[in-house]
Structures are given as C-alpha cells and as structure tokens.
Ligand binder design. Structure first.
Ligand SMILES: *Cc1c(COP(=O)(O)O)cnc(C)c1O
Length: 435
C-alpha cells in the first residue's frame, strides 16, 4: 500500500477527561436568562429537569472534567473510533488535498450521540434518577438514549416527531428493542401535546413541540429527569472525546489539519471534533480554518440572528443566546432530520460571533451528490447530516485542485446512513426537491 489510510488507537488511548471550552474562551459566554425576569438563571432553577451533577458540568469553569470509569468502560465498546484518510475519494476529486475523516458511525447506535447519552445516563443514575424523558426527530438521539438507559438500568420515554414515527419505523424499532417507550408527538400524554392536537389534529409534529412535551412529562412525573442530545454546554463537553482522539491520530498520520469541518444541527458533533482544536487556536495562535455546515433549508448560522431565544416551541426553556431562526420556525422536511433545529448551541454561536469559526450552508441535492460519491469511493454510506460535512470538504478539495496548493482537510463523519436509505433512494430517483 502506498499510503497508510487507517489510524487506530488502542483502548488505553480513550481520553480520561472531557475538555471544557468554557475555560479558554477569550470572552465569557452570555448566560441563559429566565424568560420572565431576564436575569441569569440560577443553577437551582435547572434542577427541576436536570440532575445537579450535570448542571454543575453545564456551568463548570474547570478545563478538564474526569470521565468516570463506568462511562469509559462503555465507550470502549466502540472507542477509540478510527481516523481514516480518504485516498480513493481524493483521487476521484483529482485533488492534491489530503482528506481525513473521523468516523463516529462505528458506535452501536450508528452516530456520535452515544458519547453523551452514555454520560448523561450515568450521571442521572448516580444522582438517583429512575426515568429519563426526551424527544427525538428522526430517531438518532432517541435510540442513543434508549441504549444508554438500558445499559444503566433507567427507564426511557421518548417523544418522537410524528411524521418520523410514521415514515421512519426502523429507529423506533431500535428504541423499542433497547427497551424505551416511544410516543408519536404531538401525543395525548402531555397537556401541551393535547392542546396542539385539539387545534390541529393532523399536526405532523416538530422537534420544538417534542421538546416541550418531554419537558412537561419530566416536570409531571416523579424520579424523572430530562435529557437533551445537543445544544447545551455539557453535551458539547461530552463530545470532546472525538477531537482529542483525532489529535493523537493526526500525529500518527504525521500531518496537521488546516481545514476542519463538521455538520451542525444543534452543534454537538461539530463541537466534539473542533473544540480541542479551537483551544489550540486560542492558546497557541494556530491558524485553522474551522467550518460548521448547515442545510440551506434550516440556516440558523448563515441566515438567523444572534439573540436570546427559547429552545422549544412552548417557551418552557430558559432563553439561550444563540443564532436562531425563531423558536416557531418550522423547517421543511429535508432528509437530514438531525439538522432541522431552529437554533444553534450557544458555545458554537459564540465562536462564530468571535470569528473563531465560519459557517456555510448547502442544498440537500448537492449534499447527496457528494455523499453518494463518498459511498462509491470509500464504501461507507454517510448519514445525510454527515454528508453536509463531506460536501464542504469537497468544496475545499476543489479549491485545492484549482490553485494547486496542498491542503489537509479533516471532517467529522458523524454517523452512517444505513437507516436513511430511503433518502438515498429518493436522491437516486431524482426525487429530492430543491430544499
Ligand atoms: C443528530 C445528528 C447530527 C446533528 O446533531 P449535532 O448536535 O449538530 O451533532 C449530525 N449527524 C448525525 C449522524 C446525527 O445523528
């Protein structure tokens, strides 16, 4: 073989700590506000829905937070994940660029989301929680949480956006196989769900509505806490195992990336890959170009406003300072279900405001074109979300072809698309609309 293409670490290389970017920010992050008083939310106010240990992580000033042994043990079922160089993809693109990808699709649930679901289930378990409630769009987060709850002996209830519940049965089956209870949202299980159904019996649901239902469920049931799969600081924190492993693997490859790319729905897989590199950018003045990629159909960073907004449709969450399209925004039904959120992680939003990262948006048809080329050259069928990162990498690789300058491109392949094949079927049949 002319090039090494796979850079593997051993189990002892699983990081021992998560990296907390809050500790290195050049400007502090604007705090979450209480919607009534417009004052910063005191930590106690969050205890109704989150356990104290996770609230502490959400606001912690510590740079490194130790990963508990039982969490590392479960991580070792699939971590460290591989870093690969996409030599066949490079060749197909006729680019002098070297393209590397970190592959999170090797996890049991098929994406990066288990990095935080396992951590959240563990911290809830030790805090005495018996049941977790959450929402899911296409089912990636719900299935990740279902698996983690099962491994730690917690009950799990998931509100799944109704249109996905009907159209994407496989992740619902996965959740049920891992022992979760799944309700199509809007549901008759919560006051808010019933109110929506009364107004609009055929409502197809949205992530914002499902979040509202999961929070109401939490508040009205004993021993129950709420769990969120993206957006919040502690979720981004748990994902930083991705970037830390990648740094070691790039050393094995003997290269340093100059362009780092991740797709961004709520921002967590992007954060997980890039935050450890952002640290170097801040503290060592490294000159990385770091790009968050979103769909043009849900363009929170490229078309939204940076302001305080609610995280859910029913206005139950604290106000978060973030790039947002407005909490009542209803994204069109693109196939990248994980990228259909009206807002963006406050930490990722803050980095964009500070100019430490950039944002790009692409149409789903061009995204599937790049995703399909990737599948045909590298073998892995990417999740539609991850195909956004692939498409941005293609743009950079094409620039390298045009100007002849070598580049080292690194992107996060956040998950596989084996449960999204109907989306590929639509693409191959020329049936994706232009959104
Ligand atoms: C959920 C999901 C995303 C989007 O969520 P982030 O929090 O932005 O990472 C991206 N890729 C995959 C495979 C997902 O399941």
């Amino acid at each position: 073989m002319s090039h090494a293409t796979r850079f593997s670490l051993s189990q002892s290389d699983i990081p021992t700590h998560w990296y907390n970017l809050l500790s290195d920010l050049p400007e502090p992050l604007p705090p979450p506000l209480h919607p009534g008083t417009k004052q910063p939310v005191p930590p106690e106010a969050l205890l109704a829905i989150f356990p104290e240990n996770l609230v502490q992580q959400e606001m912690s000033p510590d740079r490194w937070i130790e990963i508990p042994g039982p969490v590392r043990e479960i991580y070792s079922l699939w971590r460290p994940t591989p870093l690969l160089r996409a030599v066949r993809f490079e060749k197909a693109l006729q680019t002098p660029a070297h393209i590397y990808y970190k592959y999170e699709g090797v996890s049991p649930a098929g994406s990066h989301k288990v990095n935080t679901s396992v951590a959240q289930a563990y911290f809830n378990k030790v805090a005495g929680t018996r049941r977790l409630a959450s929402e899911t769009g296409a089912g990636q987060w719900g299935s990740s949480l279902a698996m983690a709850c099962q491994l730690f002996g917690l009950e799990c209830t998931v509100y799944m956006v109704k249109v996905s519940h009907q159209q994407k049965p496989y992740r619902r089956m996965l959740m049920e196989t891992w022992g979760a209870q799944v309700h199509p949202s809007p549901s008759d299980q919560t006051e808010y769900g019933r109110a929506v159904l009364k107004q609009e019996p055929e409502c197809a649901g949205s992530l914002g509505i499902a979040i509202s239902e999961a929070i109401q469920d939490t508040i009205t049931h004993p021993h129950t806490k709420y769990s969120l799969g993206s957006v919040l600081n502690h979720v981004c924190l748990h994902q930083t195992v991705i970037g830390q492993e990648t740094m070691k693997q790039m050393e094995l490859a003997g290269e340093e990336p100059d362009t780092l790319i991740g797709c961004a729905g709520g921002g967590s897989n992007f954060a997980g890959l890039v935050f450890p590199f952002v640290r170097r950018k801040i503290t060592e003045k490294k000159n990385y170009r770091i790009v968050a990629v979103e769909p043009t159909a849900c363009p929170s960073m490229t078309q939204g406003q940076l302001r305080y907004d609610f995280g859910d449709t029913a206005e139950q969450t604290p106000l978060l300072m973030m790039y947002t399209l407005g909490h009542s925004f209803m994204p069109p039904p693109i196939h990248a279900g994980g990228l259909r959120y009206h807002g963006m992680s406050p930490l990722v939003s803050h980095l964009l405001k500070l100019g430490l990262i950039e944002a790009e948006a692409y149409h789903q048809t061009e995204v599937f074109e790049s995703g399909t080329l990737f599948a045909r050259t590298e073998g892995i069928v990417p999740a539609p979300e991850a195909a956004h990162a692939i498409h941005a990498a293609v743009q950079e690789a094409v620039r390298a072809r045009q100007d002849g300058r070598k580049r080292v491109i690194l992107f996060n392949l956040s998950g596989h698309g084996l449960l999204d094949l109907s989306a590929y079927e639509g693409y191959l049949a020329g049936k994706l609309n232009g959104v």
